[in-house]
Design a binder for this molecule. Structure first.
Ligand code: SF4
Length: 402
């Protein structure tokens, strides 16, 4: 990819001059189409300082009644979660979207999560249901690390290398286009809960696995759960010719990992585990499998978001935890379990910035728009993509329970 050249400030002028040329954008004051995708919200998004936001949300929610289902991912802010009819991880919410819209014949799903989750909800709900994402800038940096054109190029590299028996396996955190690619090529989708079962299934279908787009989940699953070695895995970099791998490396790998990672879980380091243990004797380190392999191998417990919540709920009073996952969830667990000591694994705390795009003003805006019959930010997956992504999702649903 050709990148724009950037001149050091010292060569092209002072920082002050640069700042004068590019006025500071105050968040929420106006859209910034140059840097933010799809953030134009028709109508007026309420002022975050409006003291009536909670009552406005309640009123719009009451007007909509059973016509709408509000879903909230565990990483959402408390101000949003309070209005969710159901909370969960991406997989649970996709299922909730399908079951709840059917049960109450809902016309709308207001998805308080990120873009790929809303796409999955659109695929799994009837055509009569419209899925709305309150802010289109709520993407996922991990999902965005694999674009369909890059994945098709990687597939061509594998074919050229003579890898004739590769099964694609994509994490739920990927675009509908990648899920559809996986469906078309005989693969399936996995979550952080069932990645082991899905990878074992993939090895029953073929000799090699192409794991998209999170290298850490793929590596942790292959090595810690399937017993492969680190050398059995190679990392395909979509920004390098041939993925940066030789033909021989592609041919001999059991698992070809996509070079993607979660910008939140990727911040945790082995040093954070060591520091937490030094500070709090007896602390239990609980991390998500999107964390790096060298962090996961130092932890006491590793599991999905739902697993993390369950582990804390079931622990006896007095348990001390340092948790490596998104900050909104860790903060909520700490509030709900004052009988335990719960800290964030990394002292330099990290929210998921894209999840946080869904705030109360955007939720109020989405609900009030629907209440007057205006559909804001609908997420629609085209029929062909939805059909093939549905094939991949159905294969996952047919896997034995993890
Ligand atoms: S926490 Fe990571 S994987 Fe989850 S939505 Fe945010 S960037 Fe994506």
């Amino acid at each position: 990819m050709r990148r724009p050249s950037v001149s050091p400030v010292g060569e092209s002028g002072s920082l002050a001059a640069a700042a004068a040329a590019t006025p500071l954008l105050l968040l929420g004051r106006r859209p910034d189409p140059d840097t933010e995708r799809g953030v134009v919200c028709p109508g007026v998004v309420p002022d975050p300082a409006d003291p009536g936001l909670v009552s406005r949300a309640r009123m719009a929610r009451a007007v909509l009644g059973d016509e709408a289902v509000v879903l909230g991912h565990h990483y959402q802010r408390d101000e949003v979660i309070q209005f969710a009819d159901a909370t969960g991880d991406s997989f649970k919410l996709a299922r909730d979207a399908a079951s709840r819209t059917e049960a109450q014949d809902a016309a709308y799903v207001v998805f308080c999560g990120v873009h790929f989750m809303a796409e999955s909800a659109d695929i799994l709900t009837p055509d009569t249901t419209t899925v709305v994402l309150p802010d289109l800038a709520a993407g996922c940096s991990l999902a965005d690390m694999a674009e369909i054109a890059q994945v098709e190029a990687a597939w061509a590299d594998l074919e050229e290398a003579g890898c004739a028996s590769v099964v694609p396996l994509t994490y739920m955190n990927s675009s509908a286009a990648i899920k559809a690619f996986t469906g078309r090529h005989g693969g399936t989708v996995c979550t952080s809960s069932n990645a082991e079962v899905a990878m074992r299934w993939a090895f029953e279908q073929g000799q090699q696995v192409l794991f998209l787009p999170d290298q850490h989940l793929g590596r942790n699953t292959a090595v810690l759960q399937l017993g492969l070695s680190l050398d059995d895995c190679v990392v395909y970099d979509p920004n390098l010719p041939g993925g940066g791998l030789t033909v021989e490396q592609l041919r001999s790998a059991s698992v070809v990992l996509w070079k993607g990672h979660c910008s939140v879980h990727g911040t945790f380091l082995p040093a954070h585990v060591e520091l937490a243990r030094a500070k709090v004797p007896g602390v239990r380190i609980l991390v998500h499998p999107e964390c790096r392999h060298d962090v996961v191998t130092k932890a006491d417990l590793v599991g999905s978001t739902e697993f993390i919540i369950r582990a804390v709920r079931e622990a006896p009073a007095g348990t001390a935890w340092a948790i490596g996952t998104e900050l909104n969830l860790v903060g909520r667990l700490a509030q709900e379990h004052p009988e335990q000591t719960i800290t964030y694994l990394n002292e330099k705390v990290c929210f998921c910035s894209t999840m946080n795009r869904i705030d109360l003003p955007h939720l109020v805006w989405a609900l009030e728009s629907l209440a007057v019959g205006e559909v804001s930010n609908p997420i629609r997956v085209d029929a062909d993509t939805a059909a093939w992504a549905g094939v991949a999702l159905d294969r996952m649903l047919a896997l034995p329970a993890a």
